[in-house]
Design a protein around this ligand. Structure first.
Ligand code: SF4
Ligand code: MG
Length: 327
């Protein structure tokens, strides 16, 4: 039941009421060891805030993150340092995340100096070389500077720098979004490769359902700081249950689908400062019912699939006639 709210105060207006931005507003999910959970949603749905909460970079307003039985951020300093090195993050912007003045090899090895100061120089070099091979960089890249590499190669460097720590949890926030589509495919292949070779648990965040579908074992769809649906990628892609997931899926171009089948949602997502009452999606939902404006649907799971929608979870109270088991 994780929340992260920000209080906003209008500058220069002493009498303005403070407003609350609900970036993450009651998230509950788990990730099994070795699993890759994909999180998909539009910008402003709270994906990046979720990533930062998972790693303890920011504290939650309420709720908690538990990693391997321990509450993230709530352990004493030394234990927290140890816990932190078991969790790594990969960001979207490969150029901003790298220091232009330092060679690639040194940058990949840097976290080892900080977290494993007892490692010898040779041992560190060996680890860096191995991890570079792991992500498809050759050893001569080690002496290069970031600007001498392509965008795809730079993203491999970022991945290598996270992997060199041998993390148990890898949180990837839009790791391929800044890349061209052809390069995206290469970097996604790197992810598939490293998953086959290393054991780690992953959370992979993207606004692009196609990308998440390729990489994830399970997909969570976020809308306005909440999860509206969780399922296997094939299920969510071929049989989305939540009206919002349906609209998302319909926007992905696919062979044999006509433009008419695309569900166009009215308007933009509401501002997270003014989350609508009831179902947060009711202002745009093509199937909205009176109950949706009043009551917030809970995320209800059945057989590994979870949906937060009155129409799916409780068709009779939603005032829908049920025929042949279908709403
Ligand atoms: Fe639409 Fe109502 Fe379901 Fe929300 S609860 S997604 S408004 S049908
Ligand atoms: Mg983001």
């Amino acid at each position: 039941n994780l929340t992260r709210h920000y209080r906003l105060r209008q500058r220069g207006n002493l009498f303005a009421r403070t407003k609350t931005l609900k970036a993450v507003d009651g998230l509950t999910f788990d990730v099994a060891p070795g699993e890759m959970l994909g999180i998909v949603g539009e910008s402003g749905s709270g994906k990046s805030t979720t990533a930062r909460l998972l790693l303890g970079h920011i504290p939650p307003t309420s709720g908690e993150v538990v990693f391997g039985g321990e509450k993230v951020g709530a352990v004493p300093d030394l234990a927290w340092r140890r816990m932190r090195r078991r969790m790594q993050m990969i960001y979207q912007d490969p150029l901003g995340a790298l220091d232009p003045r330092i060679t690639i090899g040194e940058q990949i090895g840097e976290p080892l100096i900080v977290h494993f100061p007892d490692l010898t120089r040779d041992a560190r070099r060996a680890k860096v070389r191995a991890v570079m091979g792991n992500v498809g960089l050759s050893s001569h890249h080690g002496d290069r500077f970031p600007h001498e590499l392509s965008g795809g190669q730079r993203q491999r460097v970022i991945i290598a720098r996270a992997l060199v720590m041998e993390p148990e949890l890898l949180v990837c926030d839009e790791p391929v979004s800044a890349l061209d589509v052809s390069v995206q495919a290469q970097v996604l292949n790197v992810f598939q490769d490293i998953r086959a070779r290393n054991s780690f648990t992953g959370v992979f965040i993207s606004h692009d359902l196609k990308v998440v579908r390729q990489i994830a074992d399970r997909v969570a769809v976020m809308y306005l700081g909440r999860i509206v649906e969780i399922g296997r990628p094939g299920e969510v892609f071929h049989q989305p249950l939540h009206p919002y997931s349906r609209a998302l899926v319909s926007a992905v171009p696919r062979k044999g689908r006509s433009a008419r089948e695309r569900i166009i949602l009215a308007g933009d997502p509401p501002n997270p400062v003014n989350v609508p009452p009831g179902c947060p999606f009711h202002t745009r939902c093509p199937q909205v019912k009176p109950v949706c404006r009043i009551e917030r649907p809970e995320l209800m799971s059945e057989g590994g699939r979870a949906v937060a929608c009155h129409l799916v979870n409780n068709p009779s109270t939603a005032g829908v006639a049920v025929a042949n088991g279908e709403a």
